[in-house]
Structure formats: structure tokens, C-alpha cells
Design a protein around this ligand. Sequence first.
Ligand code: TYC
Length: 118
Amino acid sequence: MPADQPPPPALPVVRPRPDDGQGAVVVERQVHKTEPPRMYQVVLLNDDYTPMEFVVMVLQEYFNRDLETATQIMLKIHHEGRGVCGVYSKDVAATKVELVLAAARRGGHPLQCTMESA
Ligand code: TYC
């Protein structure tokens, strides 16, 4: 190259990518963030016949409450008409409602238990 000539412009270096044999590369932009699962509260209702001890046992057995907390929740239901036992995913809440109702029927108690969107 003669000394009085400007150097040629630098060209970008483009190397072909090796073919990985897996076919086309798909590039996706995530538009929607995944929502957290909706949660459901399991609610016990008061009645005049179910023994307090049975409700406390239910809260301990099915909602993993210690004796003191179970007693507080039971008394809240007794005085206010209803109370939240716990908050769970839909399937877990539905299962707990069924287990509580089955235990109440076995014991001959009219205890009512429902779930609602939290
Ligand atoms: N009210 C009941 C009683 O006096 C006790 C009770 C508490 C019943 C909570 C249901 O979800 C309940 N024996």
C-alpha cells in the first residue's frame, strides 16, 4: 500500500455462527409476568351446638395451631360469628374444608366450614 494513501475504513468483523443442528433460534420477549396464585381463606362459622373443645381440636389438627392460638380463634368465632383459620392455595383450602366437614359429621356436630377468595 502506498504511504500517501489513507488506510481503508475498518469493517466490522462478522463471523458466521456455527450451526448447532437444533434448527431455528426462537427469541421471545416475556410480556406478561406470571401472577402469584390466588389465595383462599378457610373460614369456620359459629353455631350453638358444636363443643368448643371440638373446634379447638380442629384448629390444632387441621390448621396446625397451638393450643393457645386455637383457643383464641375459637373464641373469636364464638363471639363474632366467624373466623379465619388459615390462608392457602385453592386446592389446599378445598381439601381442608372437606376434611373439617368430614370430621364434624363423624362427630355428629353441625360445624360449618367454607373457603373464600382472600
Ligand atoms: N358456639 C359454640 C358453643 O358455644 C362453640 C363454637 C365455636 C362452635 C366456634 C362453632 O366455629 C365454632 N358450644
